[in-house]
Design a protein around this ligand. Sequence first.
Ligand code: GLV
Ligand code: MG
Length: 351
Amino acid sequence: MRSPRDFRKPLAVGAPTPDADIPVRPSRMIHFFDPSNPRMAVKVPDIVKKVDILLGNLEDAIEAKNKVAAREGLIKIGRETEFGNTQFWTRVNSLDSPWVLDDLIQLVAEIGDKLDVIMIPKVEGPWDIHYVDQLLAQLEARAGIKQPLQVHAILETALGVANVEEIATASPRMQGMSLGPADLAASRRMKTTRVGGGHPGYLVRTDPDPNNPDAARATAQQDLWHYTMARMVDACAATGALPFYGPFGDIADSQACEDQFRNAFLMGCVGAWSLHPGQIDIARRVFSPPVDEVKFAVRVLEEMGDGTGTVMIDGKMQDDATVKQCRVMVALAKMLSENEPDLKAQYGFED
Ligand code: GLV
Ligand code: MG
């Protein structure tokens, strides 16, 4: 049992008061980079201007021998970069690794006032978030941080999926979650070798034609991630946290990447990871609501007046529930338009 009144009390003397609400900012892509790689580090000032979220990755994909260099590179980048409206995140090493304690201690001490969100991989249950929550409070107090750091969990173990609601409600720091399909596949013992996306073997087939039993039978590929995405989106939406699709590893297949991202967008995700500059534009396109949909939503809101009753627009019935959907669409379009005059013009929003 924990009293709801305690939820907004700092977990360490001198730590900032936990936030009541999660700040909602453009978050269409979380762009991953390797801070141990000097060639990537020099590109940071340019990339910052192109992405909603820049994330310095310390976990998987960083070789063990480069873990310290990555942490130090990230601290340098955090100190020297002007982030403007772009969010600055990191993915620290997993909680059972030999590196995470120093990741958290050093990052909060050195750049805790620059970082917005700390992504925690392989979260299995609320106990992982509780550990990070209290440790961050202690470190924030020591560093004199005024704005509490937020926490983002990667949903990438079978146990994590089983505990998804408890993870979402474990702390007021919970900013959101990402689906991690690669580790999740391993944890579930799925018989795949991919990083996200579909699989041609996961399909349903129509019955044989009794009059022509040898004729080819149509199949439809199914989405391996649908169940987990739905659980994650509901857990996040129910608690005000933000859901994201994670990585799409087949960098060359931009069409399938776009499809996977769009499924996530339609289901309620706010963004996805970009692992390569080519995926930045895909995420921007997909997670910005389509212009025709926004214009239609604006029309619905205008014609529905106080939002009650019904009207028919282009043969489609509108009522209180479609008004609410249209508000979601228009609110997102307006938020994204604030920093993007081109988008604002396309949506037809006035100054
Ligand atoms: C991401 O970390 C994944 O495992 O898919
Ligand atoms: Mg992973």
